[in-house]
Design a binder for this molecule. Structure first.
Ligand code: MSP
Length: 579
């Protein structure tokens, strides 16, 4: 039965392989966006940008949005004294703004308060109900409003002194709840879900597949999929029973269907998602509930779940009470949004938590974007060496001689020859840090080559003046910059565009297939020289000055509640630690 169900669903999936549908989680509107939220979106965006570069014929579609129902949204709005719909509008708009300014290129931004979504949820509910997967029952248990989930005894911590219970995983308080609910027969999908999880590369990184399989080794209980309307009224009503509202996680998960037009005809062209990016805290909902809901509705579950770990700040969990939540706009004032994107993808690895620190961000961005990449472009475009402001063509004899006589030239050639294949294999696994690593290694080789070939000794007027050799050196350097610019487009789209603009690379020549043509692969096949773009500055990324970081940190410190007495000023303390 199970195999037949999956085979049949797989058949449906194979019809639509020109679509590559990717999603981010939809974000709760109970608080403003922070860099952790941006991280989910940046991973999905870099993944999609790579897919578009690599497979221009594919219909790549990225969807994001906001999750706006439930008690915690109601409570947040009440706390701010703002009507709930207005509160949702405001915070949802802030997510849009962050994503716009971080160049997250989405095909859709969905809000769960939209009519199209409510229709999809109602249809999905009726399908589950009609197929006999939902029943009504009295239910009691510990409910965690912050996590919007019921928890079992083993998932709780009891504080002996107060008698209060908390979620072991998130630390949030729970409350005892007794009510009549609709239940979903999750227990019947244990084998189906396990089978789905075990498919090759279904859950990545593999460590999260193991976590899911461990959870699936215990019998799955049925789950409550509704709440009484008098308790949770800011939610979608259960079809044909307005005494109940749909459980927020069922509501939220269906966004992935609403965004592609479910249940209207044509949504199957984009179904199932090729990849769904999620944070580790929402693995259970996406790795167990979601495939079970979909299978129960007769729909194919997603191709892959890509799970990322969390950002901590100076080693601590980000939280409002610790006053250490990093606002992406504030970070962008220090590093620019492109700098922030680069840092998140360069420093973050999906399988383990990453630590966000200003000092680290400053060091990485200065050394990689300002020095290794930016400085090389400035040097190659310097008027003293490149008075005609051109991307020169290489002289075949000098090129051959440089490759023969200069180790650094050979090393650069080797590095560029491997660039495309290595980066492609890293992109395929969303290993963005390794793409950045590989590109930086190539740029280091290019800097080394530039330095070792001493182009300044060859310029007109110098005793060893040799314009064709000088142009060949600049051509090789610019070629390295061009290739790295193409490769880095998914990670730093705006900076890469400026770099390629400066080099006057036509838009049609920025695709992945253009990595195949270079001085490293086919020295003879390159065309004549071209004029650099005079409108675009050769100053790609400005070094971040220490004072700027320190000043921003001090402003933040001043906003925190101050301890009664301090032995040293914070500023002094930090300078000592930094030095
Ligand atoms: N609304 C649910 C998701 C519903 S999807 C059908 C939700 N929202 S959230 O706003 O709390 O989180 C959205 C995403 O941000 C999740 O992927 C979560 O893991 C991620 N992050 C939240 N804090 C984070 C960090 N500190 N670090 C990295 N990502 C984190 O959950």
């Amino acid at each position: 039965m199970l195999i037949r169900r999956l085979k049949c669903l797989r058949y449906l999936g194979t019809r639509h392989n020109s679509s590559h549908y990717v999603t981010t989680p939809i974000f709760y509107v109970n608080a403003a966006p922070h860099i952790g939220h941006l991280y989910s979106a940046v991973i999905a965006d870099a993944h999609c940008r790579y897919q578009r570069l690599r497979n221009p014929e594919k219909d790549v579609r990225l969807c994001t949005g906001t999750d706006e129902h439930g008690t915690k949204i109601q409570q947040a709005a009440a706390l701010h004294g703002i009507p709930v719909p207005k509160y949702c509008d405001d915070i949802s708009e802030r997510y849009r703004e962050v994503f716009r300014s971080a160049s997250i290129q989405t095909e859709d931004f969905i809000r769960t308060t939209e009519e199209r979504h409510k229709r999809a949820v109602a249809h999905f509910w009726r399908t589950l109900h009609g197929r006999g997967h939902i029943y009504s029952a009295a239910y009691s248990g510990w409910y965690c409003v912050s996590d919007e989930t019921f928890l079992t005894d083993s998932q709780l911590r009891l504080d002996e002194s107060t008698g209060s219970r908390y979620s072991l995983e998130s630390g949030h308080p729970v409350e005892w709840t007794e009510e009549t609910n609709y239940m979903f027969r999750l227990s019947q999908f244990q084998d189906d879900v396990r089978h789905w999880v075990k498919q090759k590369a279904r859950i990545r990184p593999a460590k999260f597949e193991k976590i899911l399989l461990d959870s699936l080794s215990e019998p799955l209980p049925d789950v409550s999929v509704s709440r009484p309307s008098n308790r949770v009224h800011w939610a979608i009503p259960v079809p044909d029973d307005d005494t109940q509202t749909v459980y927020v996680w069922l509501d939220a998960l269906v966004n992935y269907l609403s965004s592609v037009g479910y249940p209207n005809e044509g949504y199957t062209a984009n179904w199932p998602p090729a990849q769904q990016v999620i944070g580790k805290d929402i693995l259970k909902f996406h790795g167990i509930y979601w495939p079970a809901f979909l299978l129960a509705a007769g729909l194919e579950p997603p191709g892959q779940l890509f799970v990322h770990s969390h950002w901590t700040v100076d080693g601590q969990k980000m939280s409002k009470s610790r006053h250490n939540v990093v606002d992406p706009f504030q970070a962008a004032r220090q590093y620019t949004m492109e700098g922030l994107r680069y840092f998140l993808l360069r420093e973050g690895v999906a399988h383990s938590d990453g630590n966000y620190s200003h000092v680290k961000a400053q060091r990485i961005l200065n050394s990689e974007l300002a020095d290794t990449l930016g400085n090389l472009l400035s040097r190659a475009c310097a008027k003293s060496l490149n008075p005609g402001q051109i991307y020169p063509s290489a002289n075949a004899e000098h090129l051959a001689d440089l490759l023969r006589s200069l180790d650094a030239a050979k090393r650069l050639q080797d590095s560029l020859l491997q660039l495309s294949e290595r980066c492609a294999s890293h992109y395929e696994c969303n290993h963005f840090h390794l793409v950045a690593d590989t590109a930086m290694a190539a740029l280091h080789a290019a800097n080394n080559f530039f330095e070792s070939s001493k182009p300044w000794t060859l310029k007109a007027g110098a005793p060893d003046a040799n314009p064709p050799r000088l142009e060949t050196i600049i051509a090789m350097t610019m070629d390295a910059l061009r290739l790295c610019g193409i490769v880095l487009q998914p990670i730093i789209p705006q900076l890469a565009t400026r770099l390629l603009d400066k080099l006057s690379i036509p838009t049609a020549q920025r695709g992945w297939n253009h990595l195949a043509h270079s001085l490293a692969t086919s020295p003879a096949s390159l065309g004549g020289s071209r004029q650099l773009d005079g409108q675009t500055s050769a100053l790609l990324f400005q070094r971040i000055l220490e004072e700027k970081v320190v000043k921003e940190q001090d402003e933040k410190e001043q906003q925190k509640p101050q301890p009664a007495k301090r032995s040293k000023s914070k500023k002094k303390e930090r300078r000592e630690t930094m030095s």
